[in-house]
Design a protein around this ligand. Structure first.
Ligand code: GLN
Length: 493
């Protein structure tokens, strides 16, 4: 077995058994990145020397009997997490050259547990997108391709496209990601890997470049559900530096992956059966429910009546918060500064922001400032907040009847890098199954469950009660076991 073929769990076991070293693993992944990244563009920054030093230190800790939970495991970090001394761009020109003096809490937790960082991975600019085509560092290519059309380059999904592509192509054992409306689950589904957006408040947002603060959550993507569980255990936990961080113990998520689903009631929301839904998506969903029934779960039809308002609500709330969060990029404090002879402060702001932000980010800032402006605030923003409360209430009522909810993760498989670029609304439809969990603050896990007629991966989503990621892991692992998903992308180490 080649070192890059390991799952995270497999690699940690091999390290513990002395069958490999962190240096050997890190070298293998750096070599794979060197070969494949010029094509995939998953990494924006590769920190090879730093990674090898960290791997050496990790091997020494292990030899001294001081191995942490993730001791020696090479990971990729979404370039939205601030990493001390390492450029953090958020996929934007406006942060070009920004080197944070501090570490995000999530990445600090991973380092505390012995992880080795290979570098920073690509994303849609400020995590706005579903295709990883809005990055100032260029698009990421999905390592998968259509069986009958191998030359069309496909998107890896977004915004965590670099994270998902890197893991799927075996350029890292796992990766950090973030999800504001689907950015962990949709790219995981497009790349045939697992990913979980935990409950809002489970992971600290400190040191993560903010997009929409009431929706943003960090989480892992990895090859298997269990690997996600291992990573989330390390990433999660109370942080006094984030006022919305939950002061709750972090359960043993990996143990939950082995729990039986017998007797669990699985909700099937009828509003997620969209008009004109692709037959393979419907078939996958029915298959997933059957797998769960075969393992002793009961499936129950439920109603989440406000689902149809979720996407429009999200596209008011998220841009509103983004317009406020992105006001800080003024050419004075971070990264890019565009100025001209005799220019005043206002001119500095305008030049910097015009040059630094890409088209999608500008669109969001304009929508956001519009819906927050006097005269429109009540009609749009306040209304959206009220609908958000109704969406949350739909779920609260459902939890009286079911323990988890299973839906498709995305309405389609990965599409071409050139496709769906002309109409932002078509792009926004990617999130139709995922945004509800962000609006309600609930955990959502994506698990690869099958292939479409073109041989591309498709995923299912498990939504759980607040802070009940354990049930998501149990149900997700049950689907994973039944699916026996072993297909591999064409481009991989
Ligand atoms: N695709 C959604 C958007 O563009 C969600 C992005 C995300 O979850 N960060 O806003």
């Amino acid at each position: 077995m080649r070192p890059t073929d390991h799952t995270l769990k497999g690699a940690l076991d091999a390290l513990a058994a002395g069958e490999t070293t962190s240096v050997a693993l890190t070298e293998a992944f750096l070599d794979a990145i060197g070969r494949l990244n010029p094509r995939l563009n998953a990494f924006i920054t590769v920190t090879g020397e730093k990674a090898l030093e960290a791997a050496k230190a990790s091997d020494a800790r292990r030899a001294a009997g001081k191995a942490g939970l993730l001791e020696g495991a090479p990971l990729a970090i979404k370039d939205l997490f601030c990493t001390a001394g390492v450029q953090t761009t958020a996929g934007s020109r406006i942060l070009g050259g920004f080197i944070p003096p501090y570490e995000s809490t999530v990445t600090a937790n991973l380092l505390r547990d012995g992880a080795v960082f290979l570098g920073k991975v690509n994303l849609d600019e400020f995590a706005m997108g579903s295709s990883n085509t809005t990055s100032a560092s260029g698009p990421v290519e999905n390592p998968w391709s259509r069986a009958n059309d191998p030359d069309t380059r496909l998107v890896p999904g977004g915004s965590s496209g670099g994270s998902a592509a890197a893991v799927a192509a075996r350029l890292a054992l796992g990766a950090t990601a973030t999800d504001t409306g689907g950015s962990i689950r949709q790219p995981a589904a497009f790349c045939g890997i697992a990913g979980i957006k935990p409950t809002y408040g489970r992971c600290s947002r400190f040191g993560i470049v903010a997009f929409a603060s009431s929706l943003d959550q960090a989480g892992p993507v990895a090859r298997t559900v269990e690997d996600c569980a291992i990573l989330l255990k390390s990433m999660a936990g109370f942080d006094p530096k984030d006022a919305t961080s939950a002061d709750l113990p972090v359960p043993d998520f990996a143990a939950a992956c082995g729990r039986s689903v017998k007797g669990l009631r699985i909700g099937v929301p009828k509003e997620y059966r969209l008009d004109g839904m692709a037959p393979e998506i419907e078939a996958l969903w029915q298959q997933g429910l059957q797998w769960l029934r075969d393992q002793g779960a009961e499936t129950v039809e439920i109603s989440l009546p406000h689902t149809k308002y979720a996407l429009p609500t999200y596209y008011i709330v998220a841009p509103a918060e983004a317009s406020s969060n992105l006001a800080r990029y003024d050419g004075v404090r971070f990264g890019l500064r565009e100025t001209a002879q005799g220019s005043d402060l206002r001119d500095l702001y305008e030049r910097t922001r015009a040059k630094g932000f890409g088209q999608e980010v500008r669109r969001r800032i304009m929508i956001g400032t519009y819906v927050l402006s006097a005269g429109y605030y009540d009609a749009y923003y306040l209304k959206a907040q009220k609908v958000r409360a109704l969406i949350r209430r739909d779920f609260e009522q459902a939890w009286g009847k079911v323990d988890a909810i299973v839906t498709p993760a995305t309405p389609s498989a990965a599409f071409g890098i050139e496709e769906r670029q002309d109409d932002p609304i078509t792009m926004y439809l990617n999130d139709v199954f995922t945004v509800t969990a962000n609006l309600a603050g609930l955990p959502g896990l994506a698990v690869p469950a099958g292939l479409d007629p073109q041989g591309l991966p498709l995923g299912l989503q498990v939504i759980g009660k607040p802070f009940d990621e354990e049930t998501c892991f149990a149900v997700g692992a049950a689907i994973e076991r039944a699916a026996g998903f072993t297909a591999l992308p064409r481009l991989r180490a």
